[in-house]
Design a protein around this ligand. Structure first.
Ligand SMILES: Cc1cc2nc3c(=O)[nH]c(=O)nc-3n(C[C@H](O)[C@H](O)[C@H](O)COP(=O)(O)O)c2cc1C
Length: 169
C-alpha cells in the first residue's frame, strides 16, 4: 500500500516558476501551521514568519537576491527568521529552522502547491530584516517562495543510498 507522507517526501521538487493564481488563505494557513508543528530543541519554537503578498514588498525582497525572478513570480513568500531571544543553541536552533522550512515545503506539496527554499538571499539578511522593520534579534534563515506551479516537470538527483550509509552494525 502506498504511503501518502512518503510519496509527498519523494515527489516534492523545488518549484521556481508559478502561475498568477492566488494561494487560498486556508492553504497558506496550513503551510504556516506545518511550520509551526516542526520539532525544536526543548520545544523552544524559535521560528518567526513574515508573510509577503504585496507586489511592492515582493519586489523589494526580490532586489536582494539573484533569485528575484522566483520571488516576483510567487504568489506568496514566507521569510523565516530565528528569534535570538528564543534560541538556546546555535546548531540546534538552526536545525529546528530547517525542520520548520522543510515542513512548509512538504505541506505545499501535499496541497498541490509548489515551493522552493531560497537561501542565497541570506547574503543580505540584514537588509531583509530592515525591509520588515524587525529588531536585530531576528535572524533570517530562508525565504520560502510559494504558489501554483507553472508545471510539474522538475527533476532532481540524489546520491545512491550506498554512498550515504557509512556503516551497519
Ligand atoms: C539551505 C538551502 C538553500 C537553498 N537555496 C536556494 C536558492 O537560493 N535558490 C534556489 O533556486 N534554490 C535553493 N535551494 C533549493 C535547492 O537548490 C534544491 O533543494 C536542490 O537542488 C534539490 O532539488 P529539489 O529540491 O528539487 O529536490 C536551497 C535549498 C536549501 C536546502
Amino acid at each position: 500500500m502506498k504511503n501518502q507522507v512518503l510519496e509527498t517526501i519523494n515527489q516534492r521538487r523545488s518549484v521556481r516558476s508559478f502561475t498568477e493564481e492566488a494561494v487560498r488563505a486556508e492553504d497558506l494557513a496550513a503551510v504556516l501551521e506545518a511550520g509551526r508543528w516542526a520539532p525544536s530543541g526543548m520545544n523552544n519554537q524559535p521560528w518567526r514568519f513574515v508573510v509577503v503578498e504585496s507586489p511592492e514588498k515582493k519586489n523589494e525582497l526580490a532586489g536582494l537576491t539573484r533569485y528575484g525572478r522566483i520571488i516576483r513570480s510567487a504568489a506568496v513568500c514566507v521569510a523565516v527568521f530565528l528569534d535570538q531571544e528564543a534560541c538556546y543553541d546555535q546548531i540546534k536552533d538552526a536545525q529546528a529552522a530547517g525542520a520548520c522550512i522543510q515542513n512548509m515545503l512538504l505541506a505545499a506539496q501535499a496541497l498541490g502547491l509548489g515551493a522552493v527554499w531560497l537561501g542565497e538571499i541570506l547574503k543580505n539578511k540584514e537588509k531583509v530584516r530592515d525591509l520588515f522593520a524587525l529588531p536585530p534579534t531576528m535572524e533570517l534563515q530562508a525565504v520560502v517562495a510559494l504558489g501554483h506551479p507553472q508545471n510539474r516537470n522538475q527533476t532532481s538527483q540524489r546520491r545512491p543510498l550506498a554512498d550515504l550509509v557509512l556503516g551497519r552494525y
